[in-house]
Design a protein. Sequence first.
Length: 132
Amino acid sequence: LTTGKIEDAEQYIDANAVSYANGYMLLDPDRGDSPVQFVANVSFWREHDPDLSMNVYDEIVKKHRHKKQDVAVRFVMSGTLPGGGDAARFTFEGAAFVRVVAGRATEWRLILDSHVMQTILASIAGERSGES
């Protein structure tokens, strides 16, 4: 999310992948190509929070037959809300549960701190409307 070549998303994300964050759908194959949606989502975050970073602290992989894996990850993200300054810094923990088939993510679910995410998105909305 924070670094890397997102232009190569189609190599790592299935065209029909689905993704949810706290139950809300992020990638929906009915709305088009999932790797394209992923690139748009990551580009949005990079535009509004250029110093966004993610550190992975735990990763558990369960391998199945037929090139299928389930991956659980605990991570910490940090960055700066639009408007900047020390008071605008944020940090939160999250978890991701990912299904990988033949080397491509087909489904993942994120669990994020809802309060922090609402604060971040409200700050971005204020920035877009010129209120920050």
